[in-house]
Design a protein around this ligand. Structure first.
Ligand SMILES: Cc1ncc(COP(=O)(O)O)c(C=O)c1O
Length: 354
């Protein structure tokens, strides 16, 4: 009861009710998932899924397709109802009270909450806005030597900063600390063209989290998975509740993996984002560099800025919960939506200055 829930982006239905807004009235730039919406093949697969039957408890077809996609064995894949379920489950299974965890921040709030719920002692190494959230590995090494963590959470590329640690570099860091388990959250890796995964058969101490929610715009269905060594995967799989991944999500994930055209749309996002960030810079707003389709913008008070945009039916993420109260996070959408966002921001800036 003393551990507060993590704060997240996305629509807060109670808040919308208070403001007299319907979810469909709001253009949401606060979630980081694929802005094109689900693929038509996914919609067809969902519509054809029988609802009266229990889903496959072992997610066999989906795990086989994921194994093929990553060139791994099915035993190295554990599927969950969103990556958030798997983060919480990992903490519950892997940690015991008093275990030490290191989180590389500022980052997704669910790691801390999950580890605290498991009774772990949580430490942070925090990147600094003053040097654009550069990651200083020598300082992180010092933390390893000082606190001896059992588990390290690294979000790569990171939410909310969009910083990316090159995979070879991260791999060699993981290799030189065989006593530490590294949980690498790759929820956004698909959004960097040409990147694979840090997971490798040779590394026994790394576990990777992936989000099909983000990759394929399935936020309402919830779908994520873990890549890990077979023994850790088995421990995770065996202790999940039965039927944790519903039949619609399994069918959607399978159809999404078989739709190569959809994946090509990821490549359009950097262009949309560059145009958006250039126009924000023209408004004299400071945009932090980011390798992803989402990015931080310094706006003064993020809570107030978000509220003013929401009055115009635009949702962005205020970043107070990341320890960045003067920032908002914006996730690129399609150009027509981005133009609406820019017009709304212009209005807030004019009202503020008048
Ligand atoms: C870094 C990161 N990991 C995991 C998640 C949760 O993903 P999912 O929707 O698959 O549970 C989020 C959602 O915002 C996220 O930002």
């Amino acid at each position: 009861m003393n551990i507060p829930p993590a704060y997240h982006g996305a629509l807060d239905y109670a808040e919308l009710e208070r403001l007299g807004l319907a979810p469909e009235d709001v253009l949401d730039f606060s979630v980081n998932s694929h802005p094109f919406g689900p693929s038509p093949a996914v919609m067809r697969a969902v519509a054809a899924t029988p609802l009266e039957r229990y889903p496959d408890r072992q997610c066999l077809a989906l795990r086989r397709a994921l194994a093929k996609f990553h060139q791994l064995n099915i035993e190295q894949i554990c599927v969950g109802s969103g990556t958030a379920e798997l983060i919480n489950h990992l903490a519950r299974v892997y940690l015991k009270p008093g275990d030490v965890v290191l989180i590389i921040g500022p980052t997704f709030g669910e790691y801390e909450r999950a580890c605290r719920l498991a009774g772990a002692e949580v430490h942070f190494w925090q990147a600094d806005a003053h040097d654009n959230f550069e990651i200083h590995f020598s300082e992180i090494e010092d933390c390893f030597n000082k606190i001896h963590p059992r588990l390290v959470f690294i979000c790569n590329p990171n939410n909310p900063t969009g910083r990316f640690i090159p995979l070879n570099f991260l791999r060699s860091c993981i290799k030189s600390h065989p006593d530490i388990c590294f949980a690498v959250d790759e929820a956004y890796l698909s959004f960097i063209p040409g990147q694979n995964t840090v997971f490798s058969q040779e590394l026994h101490n790394v576990l990777v989290l992936r989000s099909m929610t983000k990759d394929y715009a399935l936020a309402g269905l919830r779908l994520g998975y873990v890549l890990a060594h077979a023994s850790l995967c088995l421990a995770l799989t065996e202790s999940l509740p039965p039927w944790n991944v519903n039949a619609l999500a399994q069918a959607a994930g399978l159809a999404a993996l078989h739709d190569p055209l959809y994946a090509q749309q990821w490549d359009l996002l950097p262009g949309f984002k560059n145009s958006l960030t250039a126009q924000l810079a023209d408004m004299d707003l400071f945009v932090f560099p980011s390798t992803l389709h989402f990015f931080l913008v310094r706006v003064g008070c993020g809570v107030v800025f978000r509220r003013e945009l929401l009055k115009q039916g635009i949702m962005v993420r205020d970043c107070a919960s990341f320890g960045l109260p003067d920032c908002i996070r914006i996730s690129t959408r399609l150009p027509v939506d981005n133009q609406r966002l820019l017009a709304a921001i212009q209005k807030v800036l004019i009202n503020r200055d008048s």
